[in-house]
Ligand binder design. Sequence first.
Ligand code: NAP
Length: 464
Amino acid sequence: MTQPTVGSSERPLRVAVVGAGPSGFYVIQSLLKADDVAVAVDLFDRLPAPYGLVRYGVAPDHQKIKNVTKVYDRLAADERVRFFGGIEIGKDLTVDELRSHYDALVLCTGAQTDRQLGIPGEDLAGSHAATEFVAWYNGHPDYEHCTFDLDCERAVVVGIGNVALDVARILLRTPAELMETDIAGYAFEALKKSRIREVVVLGRRGPAQAAFSPREIKELGEMEAADARTVAEEVALDPLSQEDMEASTDRSVVKNCEVVATYAAAPAEPKPKTMWIRFCVSPTALIGDHAGRVQSVEIVHNVLERRPNGSLGAVAGDVTETIEAGLVFRSVGYRGVPVPGVPFREDWGTIPHEEGRVEPGLYASGWIKRGPSGVIGTNRPDAQESVRALLADHAAGKLTAATEPLEGIERILRERGARWIDFPTWQKLDEIELARGEAVGRPRDKLISREEMFDAAEQAESKS
Ligand code: NAP
């Protein structure tokens, strides 16, 4: 008997997508649009809930950005797509098992950990990765039990990207502002009692090199109880930055510089809290008290110098300062972690690839492919590129067809006692979260732990 052709409606091209964040969904979107190729896609995520960084990374006071999940919901509800929430590749299933059950595998595992500063005192109590704080306030099940000392008056955030601004803003939001968010219930309670009055954000280069975007820096001027402030001498552009800005066509740099300049003027009616955005300063050490808790940050003022590649780099000068702070967050970028059985570039924290192809049958997309850069929408063209490589390999007959029947995946998982959330079940959990939110006057009250999610899923199942 002849076997049906792979990619036909009798035998669709089977693809496993690992990671249900934005890049995973954009990969699915591209696959479902493929001309003349029938596809069947299984989407795996180690967490029971879908959406990855949209649920666990995007700041809770950026609710509008989270509306993008409506697009993802339509994709997940497509009959060609199945969701396996709570299944970890490398633990519940191996990459080899996926490769024998699917014709192709696309890794969209993002960047799950943080980068280090490499300065003395970095490991003191009270010094944290911003990624931890972000995951905690967003109700990521692995970070629920983290603790942050919000009993001090000043926090320092190192780095000046959008994540640093998210962290600083959330630390200064009022309870009324947080009511408008889907922040984790425990984080809401902890932040309500916070004594933090001042957050100092440290940028090692100048405003013309800052990694934040205009909308995010402008938003700081609209906080209910906190003023955004800058130091006049630090926002005045040096000749090299001025030269670059004049030569650049990037409007966002000009906008950023204009906005931070407005923050240099002291407000006529100061609000009770302040966010200082400092430029051309680097932390050189975190100093601890006798109990090993961070109590201050030593910083050095930098000067900007032209690097061989033409960009401007920060070089330490002679002026130093000490900032007293009981809490320090390093927000200097995320980093990918290896997937067991898949090549990995330790120096970049990404999977080596060419246009998304690791090798025929194995692809990468999103942050694990290009590193932690860009906004959610950046993942769309990135996913299109990876799917183009996958479909080209399929068309060229370079894919090794799955040797095992698709049902085998569920059988293996059941044999291993693994539990997972499928998409219809997730939709019930979503309704539960919205209803819990409505009951407390917030847009959503998240279910946090895996147990809580599986229990709620069972209860919802028994009611239906
Ligand atoms: P990022 O944009 O890469 O910013 C990292 C920051 O850390 C930069 O200011 C960088 O300065 C600084 N840095 C790196 N090493 C340092 C060191 N050793 N000492 C001091 N500073 C150091 O990273 P991110 O903020 O984590 O954001 C990740 C991505 O997510 C970005 O593309 C961001 O735009 C995106 N995102 C977007 C939004 C939004 O759209 N609202 C929200 C959150 C995140 P240098 O420039 O000098 O290297």
